[in-house]
Ligand binder design. Structure first.
Ligand code: ADP
Ligand code: MG
Length: 287
């Protein structure tokens, strides 16, 4: 490949809103046949809102929300921000957590007003009533966040995130380029399938812990696929680095951007298709 043609491709990329780490990056996009899309913050806006609060008999819903909000207040996760904001809005001032621990891909736990509170996928067993409330939320495509204290799950918060307006068109464009889209998420299967259906993706890999996302990419590569990965989160960084082509959302975290070959400046997924089209055209010129 002549350096000049690659430099021209790089300049054109900047016009399209694509930051390219180095001209050589364009070459690795040529053989890409699979594109793995992170769900939260990539296909969806990542701006979640609290939609619903439910508690078992004998537990006050406002109390449940107050304790959950107090803990989530200390976390940066989109789910946490939705819970903390929703709690502050509905119950007013939140107590400060006495202790706080973030469990990546699962949730948060800590101490609030002397109680051992946990929020998220942190309970070994869930009473049938609580499980039922969670399933109901998930069936509607919402993320069910289980809340409890002293080892007992006592309620469910439903949070929801909107699919970006541009995502369905982006998936159509990626398919038109001959790529197979795969949705990858730490969220559960039911929610993931609801999002996949909304944007036209058939293959869903859900319930993946942050440290296991990279293994999903490697497994696809072992199947002989050449993999592009698009992500935004700290939890996507290793997978973005392992992919044949890593694309970060410019609206995402620094960790994701640093691990990637390309950055989609405006966080518009359609630009991922532009990037692949551009590199193919650039390389065709060179040939
Ligand atoms: P994604 O892969 O879609 O970006 P994550 O891996 O960050 O999502 O999180 C996976 C799941 O873990 C979330 O959908 C949520 O159910 C749960 N979770 C993560 N962080 C929290 C939190 N702070 N509070 C509650 N639940 C959480
Ligand atoms: Mg994400």
């Amino acid at each position: 490949a002549t350096p000049t043609a690659l430099m021209v491709g790089t300049g054109r990329g900047a016009q399209l809103g694509i930051l390219i780490k180095g001209p050589e990056v364009l070459e690795s996009t040529r053989r890409v046949d699979t594109v793995v899309l992170d769900k939260t913050g990539t296909v969806t806006t990542g701006r979640m809102t609290l939609q619903d609060v439910w508690a078992v008999d004998g537990v006050d819903e406002r109390e449940l929300l107050r304790l959950a909000g107090a803990l989530e207040h200390a976390s940066e996760h989109p789910v946490a921000r939705a819970v903390a904001a929703g709690a502050a809005e509905r119950v007013g001032e939140l107590p400060a957590a006495e202790r706080f621990e973030n469990v990546p891909g699962r949730g948060v736990r800590g101490q609030v007003e002397g109680r051992e509170v946990a929020v998220g996928r942190l309970f070994d067993s869930i009473p049938p009533q609580v499980a039922h409330a969670a399933e109901e939320a998930e069936r509607d495509g919402r993320t069910a966040v289980v809340v409890g204290w002293d080892g007992v799950a006592r309620g469910v918060l439903a949070v929801a995130d909107a699919v970006k307006e541009t995502s369905a068109e982006a998936v159509r464009e990626l398919r038109a380029l001959g790529l197979t889209p795969v949705l990858l998420t730490g969220d559960n299967q039911v929610v993931a399938e609801a999002v996949a259906r909304a944007v036209g993706i058939d293959r869903v890999i859900a319930g993946v812990l942050p440290e296991d996302k990279v293994d999903v990419v490697r497994r696809l590569q072992d199947e002989g696929r050449v993999v592009a990965m698009v992500g935004d989160g700290v939890n996507d960084a290793a997978a973005l680095a392992a992919a044949d082509l890593g694309l970060a959302m410019g609206t995402g975290t620094d960790a994701a951007i640093e691990a990637s070959d390309l950055t989609l400046v405006r966080g518009d997924l359609r630009v991922a298709a532009d990037a692949i089209r551009l590199s193919r055209r650039t390389l065709a010129t060179i040939k």
